[in-house]
Design a binder for this molecule. Structure first.
Ligand code: GLN
Length: 495
């Protein structure tokens, strides 16, 4: 993999050049060694920016991420470029402005290499629902790289870029990171601007980096975090020094392993790995406890209701008129006749949504609409919100007693292509341990912690109290250092 901090030293020493790094990546993508991680690369712009980076380094005007090669998930707007959320619906949609995160990365000197493949509208856990075809796993043939930020994870794990941005609504940064031996960070809701992110479930969505190591993740978050006048939900809470936190150690930290995340559904080697990491942290000075989060069984059902309801509302704007591919009869031809116009409009909605959205997206919209149906006795949405509040309270109380939760990221290793496409529930359950952080808004990180007997990455997740990303980086940095000192193969086959 490409580690930025390492390369940065070499670039500054003029032993390596951004221009040649970019050229190498572009060549691999064009030779189709790119795992279908990119939907598009920005050949000319990337080369031009890289040349500028080299010039800045030469003249000692380097910025924090100078020359960092970065991929952007295709649901984050890049001015003048197509932004499609990997959907036919938006196949011709061009962004008219940069997402705030993109502006901040550019201003910090990053080279935007291209837009990364993903599950359509970020709905999925395997990268298979993209209109541009599935993303391949860089080193595990026949297995999925995870999703929905599949291309972001594959691009980093395959050594095409130093980092990529993903979005995480219910695990979509952490789960593909766990499947590919990379580091995936989901910041606190409100820590990073969502301006320019195509919405899925707004109360859960956050943008986060996928990187080769913990320090690179901290470097990126330091740049993209903080208030934004274009997103009123961003918090004014001060941004900590994340990069310094990586080396802080875990002395005195209280770490809890929740019983509910260590059940029978988790394979033995994965549970053993979580315990091993716990023991490592204890040896490094942390205090380890077993804790309990009794509401855990309600987390996934509540996420399922809330995410689908919000999705059905957010995606209503793609109707072939306001946004999205126009299909069906031209409404204009109705010649001012109201009844005919209404029929033509209806036809256009049907045709656009029928051909523009893939199966999974249609399923989510239908489910969300159904759950909102007036007079629905069960009143699903209100009940889900009530449960969400209880889960939040449980988490808030927990983080009064401890500093970190340590859990597996997924209930199992990466699975085979096609294995879960026809079994949506089975697919959804890969995010069983991820969605609590989205529902409660707390930050969470996925860190490589070894590989199983078949070379599949094993990863652990840390969650912390709201806006305490620096404690996540302290723990993740510690795990990375201890494993490296042991010479462990921490990333499976990732190169
Ligand atoms: N896989 C989950 C879902 O499909 C989460 C997606 C995400 O985080 N964007 O809902």
């Amino acid at each position: 993999m490409m580690h930025y901090t390492h390369v940065r030293n070499r670039i500054e020493a003029r032993k390596e050049f951004c221009a040649s790094l970019v050229a190498g990546t572009l060549e691999r993508v064009t030779r189709e060694e790119g795992y279908n991680a990119f939907i598009e690369v920005f050949d000319e712009e990337a080369r031009a920016t890289a040349a500028e980076c080299d010039e800045r380094i030469r003249t000692e005007r380097a910025r924090p991420l100078e020359g960092m090669l970065i991929g952007i998930k295709d649901n984050i707007c890049i001015e003048g470029k197509k932004t499609t959320a990997a959907s036919r619906m938006l196949a011709h949609h061009r962004a008219v402005y940069d997402a705030t995160v993109v502006t901040r990365l550019r201003d910090a000197g990053a080279v935007i290499v291209g837009r990364c493949n993903m599950d359509e509208f970020a709905m999925g856990s395997s990268g298979e629902t993209s209109a541009y075809g599935p993303t391949l796993h860089p080193f595990l043939e026949d297995l999925v790289p995870g999703g929905s930020s599949s291309g972001s994870a594959a691009a980093v794990a395959g050594g095409l870029v130093h980092a990529a941005l993903g979005s995480d609504t219910g695990g979509s940064v952490r789960q593909p990171a766990a499947y590919t031996g990379t580091v995936g960070m989901k910041p606190t809701w409100g820590r990073v601007s969502r301006s320019g992110l195509i919405a899925f479930a707004s109360s859960c969505d956050q943008v986060g980096p996928i990187t080769a190591d913990v320090r690179d993740s901290a470097r990126i978050l330091a740049v993209i975090a903080g208030p934004d006048s274009r997103d009123a939900t961003t918090a004014r809470t001060p941004v900590d020094d994340y990069v310094a936190a990586v080396d802080r150690g875990v002395d005195g930290l209280r770490i809890g392993i929740p019983r509910e995340y260590m059940g029978e559904e988790v394979p033995d080697d994965m549970r053993a790995r979580v315990r091993l990491v716990g023991a490592m942290l204890r040896d490094a000075g942390a205090e380890l406890r077993e804790v309990s989060l009794p509401h855990s069984t309600l987390v996934f059902p509540a996420y399922f209701v809330i995410a689908n309801v919000e999705a059905s509302s957010n995606l209503a704007r793609y109707d072939g008129v306001r946004l999205g591919r126009p299909e069906g009869d031209a409404v204009e031809r109705a010649g001012g006749n109201a009844a005919r116009m209404a029929r033509a409009l209806e036809k256009r909605y049907r045709a656009s949504r029928g051909s523009g959205f893939g199966r999974e997206v249609q399923r989510r919209i239908l489910l969300g609409t159904q759950l909102l149906e007036e007079g629905e006795e069960a009143d699903w949405y209100d009940r889900a919100r009530c449960v969400r509040r209880q889960i939040r309270e449980e988490f808030a109380a927990m983080f009064n007693d401890i500093d970190l939760l340590l859990t597996p990221v997924t209930p199992g290793p990466p699975f085979a292509f096609g294995e879960r496409l026809r079994d949506p529930l089975h697919m959804y359950l890969t995010d069983l341990f991820n969605t609590a952080a989205n529902l409660t808004g707390v930050p969470a990180i996925s860190v490589p912690a070894g590989a199983d007997a078949r070379g599949r990455p094993l990863a652990v997740q840390f969650m912390a109290g709201a806006f305490d990303e620096s404690t996540l980086y302290a723990a993740a940095g510690c795990v990375e250092r201890v494993l490296a000192a042991q010479g462990a193969d921490v990333r499976g086959g990732a190169r």
